[in-house]
Design a protein around this ligand. Structure first.
Ligand code: MG
Length: 371
């Protein structure tokens, strides 16, 4: 047990406010698990006795995490009771209290974790990417195409490439014949210089996945996310061992313990980290470190329902650490309107350039969009 040294510089959490947000997407988005029509999020403001306010976001992805908005708000209320009076910059202490108060609940914990990191940056006078490691201030994101008819997907992919994206992520996971047609149409539409990554969202069985991926390899596939159900660890391992296409764990990797099991048994080639799965930047850093020690690179992803505040935090981590080599941080491109001002700016359509303002660099929440 570490010695307890008397704190000489204490900031205190005085309140945690929650705001519910529901904004329609430009177009409904289909994955193998279902259809997403709205960005749905709980935005939080962690207030302190020094007047610094930290912004955070918990966006429950019901198809992935099983959480919902009302439950997330209620969990944050329960956590708030334990966190009032704590120093929000003591992230280890905050996280320890959250874990002792409720198990799982990654979305609620992520909202508070992100806000505490925002406060940490503001308190230090540093942008969050510098607090987290500072390797760079930029990440390049891919753009995702939801499941549709092959011709429709190919046209969308062509539009995204024309707009400036260099990596197209394609949702698959329906059946062998139609998935082959989707990927073939997209490759023919985008040409040879664009990377294509796939996401099956648990849609295949292991042997089916291997057969399909070995045929899809003709279309130069960078990697495939989550080919088999999240609980089918042996299946994931089988696909990784037998497929020509590298495999990335998404739904199979929730936290650092999952990451340790996956990399130590060589069950995957890459890991996709999402703040809503793992509960925020605190746990995400552990996953990155475990993966790096095993020679496994990470991607930072997001829930399709996110508003962009959590994406600012994820992008800061992605820019800060060298073992995060890929980003799938495109959800906020699909919103009809963002519920905040400030944060990252976009360059050449695909680069997120992080704010140099302290913390996340968000200036305000648009209260007219919240309730
Ligand atoms: Mg995925």
């Amino acid at each position: 047990m570490a010695a307890v040294i008397k704190e000489t510089c204490v900031m205190k959490i005085t309140d945690i406010k929650t705001h519910m947000m529901r904004v329609p997407l430009v177009k409904p988005f289909r994955i193998s698990l279902g259809v997403i029509t709205h960005a749905v999020s709980c935005l939080v403001e962690v207030e302190t006795d020094e007047g610094i306010i930290g912004y955070g976001e918990g966006s429950p992805g019901p198809l992935i995490t099983g959480e919902n908005l009302e439950g997330t708000v209620e969990t944050i209320r329960v956590l708030k009771e334990k966190l009032i009076g704590m120093d929000p910059r003591d992230i280890e202490a905050v996280y320890t209290v959250m874990n002792r108060t409720v198990a799982y609940a990654g979305t609620a914990k992520a909202a508070i974790d992100i806000a505490c990191h925002d406060i940490l940056g503001k308190s230090a006078g540093l942008p969050l990417y510098k607090v987290l490691g500072g390797l760079s201030n930029t990440v390049e994101t891919d753009m995702t195409v939801g499941i549709d008819e092959p011709g429709v997907m190919a046209e969308k992919a062509r539009e995204h490439v024309k707009a400036g994206f260099r990596v197209i992520k394609t949702k698959v996971g329906v059946d062998i014949a139609s998935d082959l047609a989707r990927v073939k149409a997209i490759r023919e539409a985008v040409g040879d210089d664009v990377k294509i990554r796939l996401d099956a969202n648990q849609g295949w069985h292991a042997k089916e996945a291997v057969e399909l991926l070995n045929r899809l390899n003709a279309y130069d596939i960078e990697l495939v996310e989550q080919p088999v159900p999240r609980y089918d660890f042996e299946g994931l391992k089988y696909v990784t061992a037998h497929s020509c296409v590298p495999v990335m764990a998404d739904e199979s990797c929730w936290d650092a313990k999952d990451a340790l099991k996956l990399v130590s048994e060589r069950a995957v080639d890459f890991i996709n980290i999402k703040l809503m799965k793992c509960g925020g930047l605190y746990e995400a850093k552990k996953i990155v470190n475990i993966a790096e020690a095993a020679g496994v690179e990470c991607m930072l992803g997001c829930m399709a329902e996110e508003s962009g505040i959590a994406i600012n935090a994820a992008a800061a981590l992605g820019a800060a650490l060298k073992n995060i080599t890929r980003a799938d941080l495109d959800a906020s491109f699909s919103l009809t309107e963002l519920p905040y001002e400030g944060g990252f700016t976009i360059k050449d359509t695909r680069h997120l350039i992080l704010s140099e303002e302290p913390g996340l660099g968000l200036r305000r929440l648009k209260e007219e969009m919240l309730k």
